[in-house]
Each structure stands twice: as C-alpha cells, then as structure tokens.
Design a binder for this molecule. Structure first.
Ligand code: GCU
Length: 679
C-alpha cells in the first residue's frame, strides 16, 4: 500500500509528536487517539502516558467525564474556562482547546471529539503551543458528513469499476471481489476523519446485480470495510436497490405497502445490524435513470422511503432517499417538460409525509452538478422533512481530475446562499436536517485523486461540512500547509503564492472556457469530458440550450417559459423571472436571450462568450507557467503528474474555446469586437 500521505504526512504531526502527552480517559475510540499520538511521538521524540503521575506534560488530551482528582492544574483551569465558554455540552463529536501556562489542553466529552481535536492540532501546528488562550469549543455544524462512493463491485461494461471515477479503480472492489487492501482503506479512513467525514457509502447508487447482494449474501464484504472505518469514527452505509425483495428473495412484488415486502425488509435489515451493529443505513436511487422504485406499484416516494425507514428505525439507521428523479426519456421536441422542475414537482408535495429517519438527499442544483447552476429550490421547499444537500467532489462535469478545478468557492457560494429575509441558508437547512453528502473523487491512484491538486477538493468538502463558514482560501491555506509543509522547502512564499494563484480561481477559469452563463452541458454525451455543443441538444436527457441564429438559453420564466422560477420563494422567484434582474452567471439557465442582450457587466452575451473563452485559455497558459516555477519545490512525482495533467488541460481548454467560439460565431454571424480569430 504505497499511497501518497496527502494532508497527513509525518511533518503534520511534528508539533504533537515532540510533546510529552498525557491522555486521560479510556473508552471506545480512545485507542485510535492513543495510537495516533504514539505514532507521532515515535517519529518526533515526544512521549505518551495515560496516568497523571510523572513529569509535567506539555499536551493533555482528556475525556471530560473521566477527569478525576490529581491531574495537572492546567487541566483544571481548562475545564473551568470551558464551563464559561462552552454553551452546552461539547456533544458526541465536539472538542475544546485551551492553553494554560506551558500546557495545551484538548478536551472532549466523547473519544470521537478527541480524535477530531487531535487533527485540529495538526492544522494549528506550533501555534497551538505558543501564547496561552482560554478554552475554545468546536462542534460540527452538520451531524452527518458523508461521502458516497459510486464504486461498482463488478466492472460495469459501460461505467467501469467506478462510475464517474477519475482516479483509477475502486479502493474497495476489484473485478467482482473485495480488494482487501486494508492498509489503503485504513489510510483513507484516517484522511477522512482528519477532515471530519463520519459516514461513507461503499457502493454506487446505481445498484447492479452483484452489488444488490451486498445487502444479503455478500454482507461480510461490507462488514470487513466497516471494521476498517470504525476506528476512525466513520459509519458504513449501503446503496440498495428498491427491487431487492424481487431480485434477492424472489418475491412477486416490491410494493412498499405489501406485507411480505415489509417483513422482508425488516428481517433483512435486522440481519444487517446483527452483523454490523453500527451500520449507518441505506442510500436509495429510486425511479431515477432506470432504477426501480415505488412508481412501478402506483406508490409515491414517501411510501417507498418510509418502507425502508421503518425497517431501519428499530436499529437507529437512516435512509438517504435521493430526489434526483426526472424523465430521462424526454422528447426534445416537447417544450413543456423541464428537467429542472422535476425534483420539486415530485417531492415538494410530499413534505410532512416522511418518517423522521428519512433524509431526502437533493443535488445542490436543479440539474446535475454542472459548472454553474442556481441553487435547487427543493432545498427550501420541504420544511417538514430532513434534507441533505449533495455535492460532487468527483469532477464529472468539471474537468474529471484532469483539469485543476478547486471547487470550494462554488460549494461555499451554494452553502451561503440565503432563502430571502426570513429564510435560512442552504447550510442552515442541511445543518438542521440531514447534513451534507458528496460523491467521492478517490480511487486506487497513488495520489488518491488522479490529479494531486484534486485532493484539495476532498479536503475542503469535509471541512465545509464541519463548518460551512470556512473561507475557501483559508481552507486552501490549511491544505497547502499540511500537504506541502512549505516551510521545509527552499522558497516557502513562492510555493504558497503559486498554489493559490493556480487554484483559488480555477473553478471560474474552468467556467470561462466551457458552457457559458449557466446554460450547462455542451459536453460529450456519456463521457461528459470535452466540448460538444450540440451533443445533448436533440437527446432524451432534458439538457438543452436552444441556440439558434438569434439567441441562446432556456426560458424557465413563469411569463413565457416552463415556470421553473415559480418554484422559488421570494425574492428569488422575482429575481430570476426577469432577464433584467437575473444574475449574469445564470442568465442562460433561466432565459433565452438575443446575442446582443447586454449583461449587467455591460458586455453583450456574444461578446461575453468570446471574451471569457479567450480569457479562460490565457489563464490556463499562466497556470502552466506557474507550475513550472515550482520544479524542485514540490515532490518530483507530484510535479510530473500535475505537469502532465496541465498539458491536457491546456489542450482541452483550447478545444473548448475554439469550438464554442466557432459555434456561436457561425450561429450569430457576430464578429469578435477585438478581431480575434473565431475559426
Ligand atoms: C449523473 C451521472 C450518473 C449518475 C447520476 C446520479 O447523471 O452522470 O452517472 O448515476 O448523476 O446522480 O444518480
């Protein structure tokens, strides 16, 4: 298992490992915490003990309920100021950090909190051991912070080992069998815990024949993975097929209201918990892109979700029921059907009917993880339902881990999006409900993510799920310090600055050279990589841009279009309704406008298209040069891999620029104001 250390190289543990550490408490995951501290101390010369007697410690890690008499005075001081600062208990995963005199104190109510606090110390480094500070509590904003693996057990004839995977094979499965690379899975669990992830789904939402059996006869394979994740506080979840009673047990129906079906799910779920007592629950993609679901039996999604929820409830499990339901056999000639509307139309009327342990999992945008979309109105439409918001760390539509595309700025925008004066933010809805979920970008690649810089996306997703207020640039700082430890390089400032220059704005750069102004798609069908402006224009997937000689974009207004804008509460229903108030970046998502339409930026749509496509490529050219300047400052293998990816990104960005510009020039006949060649 020779894998890249990512954000947990030995250097990240120097500050911890050079201390004399005292661990107070013994329960559950504490063994993991002790093992981590021991590993750090073995590397960096510190020591670990679990009894108060002995020389004074410089780092104390204590479970609050286990603290007795006779501990160091600094521990008492930290406990005292925690009482004034905490605002309630630290909870199952929270922790507090304090420094009194020469001692840094980490406190938690539960061992998982100590684990998260320990990783917080890796981010702080020596800062945690400098000037004294009073106890500061940290608690996760979201209770569940989950990663979904779209990994198949069998190699799927079209989708391969990992559906939408851009980092090699699966770390769990290989050609129909478990990989059993325990070291790699354990290392992965550790990386995830370090960014706060506490739930993982180990198979694809599209559940094929072999994968369906993970629920029953192949449950041991899942249990083995759960054993690797457990020490890092991560629960395992399973994607299941709604047709399981039929395909696994030969029942004549999977009707959610059928007694035999209900009994089968109850019994099957009982067996799962008997084998994996801390099993997290089920993830279901039903009546979506060909997957079976309750519609076949004339039932709705509340009936379907509640069936599984009832089976899981006695064991404390949850069902993540995906809202990604739309007509994937649309006739492109039919202008009345709008895929963007579908999730809301199906789910909003069901609000209030779902059990408490149902989490409706909705993609953050109404379409499908495009480079730019508005926020999905479903997120605020179901106040009586626990909602989880789904992101995509795997870069299906954002360069497939061949292009640098740091997605935290995009996610941060979405999480901060507010639902009007009385409304919550997207982050607030998720925090009060089902938390955040993302599709993982990890595979068996030696750098985990194919593109070494794509590690930053996984890092940032976990951190944002813990605290959605964190700023993307700060998160990048954290990731750079941990991963590249610049201070050990010959030119720390150049390294830091250059990585920021390449990554900070890379999502917007990607947006500039691909589909313009929120219209989306324009990618190669099936593959979703590289330009194909009309690739999806006459297909069944409901993904159209409607470009003609006069204009481009989808009219989703209430006045003249599909009425999608009416799914938003105020002020957004009004803001999006008119091209005059609609933000430029999503104009073509909501409106069909003439090429000469003037944007808020002052430019026409057509000139915007030309300009951004030239700019996007120029920015990639600059990134290539900048990366060259880091030779010798980063690991040679990382440097070589990123160089190879940047070469491809540049080639592909030019392809995008030329095809998009040529296409719109041919359609519109409008020349570039600056006379550049449009081909
Ligand atoms: C996209 C993606 C599919 C995936 C689907 C989903 O459409 O291309 O591979 O299965 O999303 O989220 O279910």
């Amino acid at each position: 298992t020779d894998v890249h250390p990512a954000w947990l190289p030995p250097e990240a543990f120097r500050a911890i490992g050079s201390r004399h550490c005292l661990v107070v408490g013994a329960a559950g995951l504490i063994d993991t915490v002790v093992a981590e501290v021991e590993r750090a101390c073995a590397e960096h010369g510190g020591s670990v003990r679990r009894k108060a007697e002995g020389p004074p410690p410089s780092l104390v890690l204590a479970l609050v309920p286990a603290v007795g008499d006779g501990g160091p005075a600094e521990l008492d001081a930290a406990l005292a100021d925690l009482e004034t600062a905490a605002g309630g208990p630290l909870g199952a995963e929270g922790y507090a950090l304090a420094r009194h005199g020469e001692v840094t104190v980490l406190l938690a109510d539960q061992p998982a909190g100590l684990l998260y606090g320990l990783f917080h110390l890796t981010r702080l480094g020596e800062t945690a051991f400098g000037a004294p500070y009073a106890a500061q509590p940290y608690r996760p904003a979201m209770r569940r912070r989950m990663l979904d693996h779209w990994d198949n057990v069998d190699v799927h004839p079209v989708m391969g080992q990992v559906e939408r995977g851009y980092a090699g094979g699966s770390i769990f499965w290989q050609a129909g069998q478990p990989r059993r690379d325990r070291g790699r899975v354990r290392a992965y669990a550790r990386l995830l815990a370090a960014v706060g992830i506490n739930a993982v789904t180990v198979n694809n939402v599209n559940v094929h024949a072999t994968e369906a059996r993970l629920l029953t006869e192949r449950l041991d394979d899942v249990a083995e993975l759960a054993d690797e994740f457990r020490p890092y506080g991560i629960r395992v979840h399973l994607s299941v097929t709604f047709a399981a009673p039929v395909v696994l047990a030969g029942l004549p129906t999977a009707d959610p209201l059928d007694d035999a079906v209900r009994a089968w799910w109850a019994e099957t779920t009982r067996a799962v918990y008997a084998r994996i007592p801390d099993f997290g629950g089920y993830v279901v993609k039903a009546d979506s892109e060909g997957q079976p679901g309750p519609f076949s039996y004339g039932r709705d999604h509340a009936d379907g979700a509640n069936l599984l929820a009832d089976a899981l409830a006695p064991h404390g499990g949850v069902v993540h029921w995906r809202a990604f339901v739309y007509n994937h056999r649309q006739d492109w000639r039919d202008r009345t059907t709008d895929r963007a509307r579908a999730a809301f139309d199906h789910f909003a009327p069901l609000d209030g009917r779902f059990r408490d342990n149902v989490i409706v999992q909705v993609k953050h945008g109404p379409m499908d993880f495009q480079t730019r979309e508005p926020v999905s109105p479903v997120i605020t439409a179901m106040p009586g339902t626990r909602m989880a918001v789904e992101f995509q760390v795997t870069q299906e539509y954002t360069g497939q881990q061949r292009h640098v595309c740091y997605l935290a700025p995009w996610w941060s925008e979405v999480l901060r999006f507010g639902w009007g004066d009385d409304g919550d933010t997207v982050a607030g809805v998720a925090a009060g409900g089902g938390g955040l979920v993302a599709v993982s970008n990890v595979g068996d690649d030696p750098f985990w993510t194919g593109h070494p810089l794509a590690q930053a996306n996984l890092y940032a997703f976990g951190r944002l799920a813990w605290d959605p207020r964190l700023r993307p640039a700060e998160l990048l700082d954290e990731w750079i310090e941990l991963t590249f430890h610049p201070d050990t390089s010959a030119d720390p400032d150049l390294l830091r600055r250059t990585l920021h220059e390449i990554m900070d704005d890379s999502w917007r750069t990607y947006e500039r050279y691909t589909a313009p102004l929120g219209v989306g798609f324009m990618v190669r069908p099936g593959l979703h990589y590289g330009p194909d402006v009309d690739g999806y224009e006459y297909s069944r997937w409901g993904t159209y841009h409607f470009a003609d000689r006069d204009g481009v974009g989808v009219d989703r207004s209430r006045a003249t279009g599909t009425g999608f804008t009416g799914q938003y509460p105020r002020p957004w229903s009004r803001v999006y309704e008119s091209p005059e108030t609609c933000p430029d970046e999503v104009l073509l998502f909501f409106h069909h406008v003439p090429y000469e339409h003037v944007l808020h930026s002052g430019r026409t749509v057509i000139q915007h298209i030309y300009d951004t496509h030239f700019d996007g490529v120029t920015e990639v050219e600059a990134a290539c040069l900048r990366w060259k300047s880091l030779v010798g400052l980063v690991d040679a293998a990382v440097h070589a891999r990123v160089t190879e990816r940047l070469d491809e990104q540049l080639r592909c960005a030019r392809e995008w620029r030329d095809q998009i510009n040529a296409y719109f020039h041919r359609k519109s006949g409008v020349p570039d104001a600056h006379g550049r060649p449009l081909h």
